[in-house]
Design a protein around this ligand. Structure first.
Ligand SMILES: Cc1cc2nc3c(=O)[nH]c(=O)nc-3n(C[C@H](O)[C@H](O)[C@H](O)COP(=O)(O)OP(=O)(O)OC[C@H]3O[C@@H](n4cnc5c(N)ncnc54)[C@H](O)[C@@H]3O)c2cc1C
Length: 385
C-alpha cells in the first residue's frame, strides 16, 4: 500500500512510527524544511495525564470574557468577530455540560499514551531529554485546592493517582522550591517531561536511516490531488488540517489557540528539575537536559497570527523570576505556537468522509501527551478495517 502522512509534527511523526512498526514504508510530507518546526517546536514539554482537565467550564468562559478588559490576563480573546471563532466558542460552551466525562476520557488516553512513549524511548534509544521525575501541581488558596480535589475525583475514576504532598515531601522531591509555601501540592509520579522537537527529529532521522520513511518537502494544497498518488493519506497537519479537510468536503472544527514559551538557557544549579504546573496562572515549566528550562503558557484567540508579542512574554519571565529568584534568566529565547484545538478538547482520530483519508489532529493543549495513543489507535484501526 502506497501511504503518506501529511505533517511532521508530533501527531505525524508518531503516526509514521506506528505505521513503520506494522511494516509500511511511509512518505512523510512536510511543508517546512525540518520536522517539528510548527507547534511541536518549543512547547511546555509535559507528558502529563495530570493536566487532562478539559478547559470547558463556565468559570473559564467568564474569565475569557473578562480578559477583553484586562491586558495582562492569561486568556486573551481578540474581540474582532470571525465565523470560525464564533462557531468554535459556541461549541466550546455547548461542551461544558460534558466536562467531567471529557476529562476522564482525556485522562485515560493520556495514561496509555505516556506508557507508549516509555516503550518508544526504551526500544528506539533516542535522546529527547526525557525526565521520569513526575509532575508537581501547586495551589495558592483554599478555593484552588477545593477545585483540585474535585478534579482528583475524576482522575481517580480514570485510573490516575495524584498524591497530596506535605511541604517537607515537596522540598525533598524538588529542592529548588524549598521554603516556599502553598495551600496545597499534588504530585503525579507517573507523569514525565521531554523535548518534543528533539523527539520528532531524532525519530524521523532514525526511521529515514532504516529506510522506512522518506521525508518529502512540499506544501499540500489539495487532498484530491494527493489521492491520485497515494492509496491512503493520513492528515496530521495541526492547525493546517481544517483547510486541507475542506478540499474533500469535510469540516473540522479546529481553532488555533496561541500560546507562548520561553526557553531559559543555562539557568544554573537552582533551576527546578521536576516538571511543574501552576494552575492559577496556567503556566507549565520543564527542565530539558542540564542546560535548558522551558516555561510555557497563555491562551490567545487571535486567528493564525504567530507574532511574538513582548507583553505576552513578560508574564512568563516574571513568573520565572518570582518562583525562582536564584536562577539565571539572562539568556532567554521566546517562542509562540498555535494549539490545534477542538472545542471539546478531544482529538480527532478517525476516517474522513472520503474512504482513503484519515485524520489524526486537533490535539490542542495536550498534543505531546496524547499523540502516541491516538497514532497507535488510528494505525490499528486503519490496518484492521
Ligand atoms: C505554548 C504551548 C505549550 C504547550 N505545552 C504542551 C505540553 O506541555 N504538553 C502537551 O502535551 N502539549 C503541549 N502543547 C500542545 C502541543 O504542543 C500540540 O498539541 C502539538 O505540538 C500539536 O502537534 P501537531 O502534530 O498536531 O501539529 P504541528 O506540530 O503544528 O505539526 C503539523 C505539521 O504539519 C505541517 N503542515 C501543515 N499544513 C501543511 C500542508 N498543507 N502541507 C504540508 N505540511 C503541512 C506543519 O508545517 C507542521 O510541521 C503546547 C502547545 C503550546 C502552543
Amino acid at each position: 500500500m502506497n501511504i503518506a502522512v501529511i505533517g511532521a509534527g508530533i501527531t505525524g511523526v508518531t503516526t509514521t512510527y506506528f505505521l513503520t512498526k506494522r511494516g509500511y514504508k511511509v512518505d512523510l510530507i512536510e511543508s517546512r524544511r525540518y520536522p517539528a518546526m510548527a507547534t511541536s517546536y518549543a512547547n511546555g514539554g509535559q507528558l502529563s495525564a495530570s493536566n487532562s482537565e478539559a478547559w470547558n467550564s463556565w468559570s473559564n468562559a467568564i474569565y475569557g470574557i473578562k480578559s477583553l478588559f484586562y491586558s495582562n490576563s492569561s486568556v486573551i480573546i481578540n474581540p474582532k468577530p470571525s465565523v470560525n471563532k464564533i462557531m468554535w466558542l459556541t461549541s466550546f460552551i455547548a461542551a461544558i455540560k460534558n466536562k467531567n466525562k471529557i476529562t476522564q476520557q482525556i485522562c485515560r488516553m493520556a495514561i496509555e499514551s505516556i506508557k507508549l512513549y516509555e516503550q518508544i524511548a526504551n526500544k528506539e534509544k533516542i535522546n529527547f531529554d526525557l525526565y521520569n521525575k513526575g509532575i508537581l501541581h501547586f495551589y495558592f488558596n483554599k478555593k484552588q485546592t477545593e477545585h483540585a480535589l474535585e478534579v482528583n475525583k475524576l482522575y481517580d475514576l480514570a485510573g490516575l493517582r495524584r498524591t497530596r504532598l506535605t511541604h517537607d515531601e515537596l522540598y525533598s522531591i524538588e529542592g529548588s522550591l524549598t521554603g516556599r509555601q502553598f495551600d496545597s501540592i499534588f504530585y503525579t509520579e507517573s507523569d514525565k517531561s521531554g523535548d518534543i522537537h528533539k523527539f520528532c527529529n531524532s525519530l524521523v532521522k532514525q526511521l529515514i536511516s532504516e529506510n522506512k520513511v522518506k521525508l518529502i518537502n512540499k506544501e499540500v494544497t489539495d487532498l484530491k490531488k494527493e489521492l491520485k498518488i497515494y492509496d491512503k493519506l493520513i492528515l496530521c497537519a495541526g492547525v493546517g488540517s481544517k483547510k486541507l479537510a475542506r478540499t474533500i468536503g469535510d469540516f473540522l472544527n479546529i481553532y488555533p489557540i496561541k500560546g507562548y514559551s520561553i526557553t531559559v538557557n543555562n539557568p544554573g544549579e537552582n533551576a527546578p528539575r521536576v516538571s511543574l504546573l501552576d494552575d492559577s496562572k496556567k503556566i507549565v515549566c520543564s527542565r530539558l537536559g542540564e542546560k535548558r528550562l522551558r516555561v510555557a503558557g497563555l491562551a490567545e484567540l487571535n486567528g493564525y497570527n504567530l507574532d511574538i508579542i513582548q507583553s505576552r512574554i513578560r508574564p512568563l519571565i516574571a513568573w520565572c523570576n518570582t518562583m525562582f529568584p536564584d536562577i539565571d534568566t539572562k539568556d532567554i529565547k521566546p517562542w509562540a505556537g498555535l494549539r490545534p484545538m477542538t472545542p471539546n478538547m478531544l482529538p480527532i482520530f478517525r476516517k474522513s468522509k472520503e474512504d482513503r483519508v484519515w485524520y489524526n489532529t486537533g490535539h490542542g493543549h495536550l498534543g505531546w501527551t496524547l499523540s502516541a495513543f491516538t497514532a497507535k489507535h488510528l494505525v490499528d484501526s486503519l490496518i484492521t478495517e
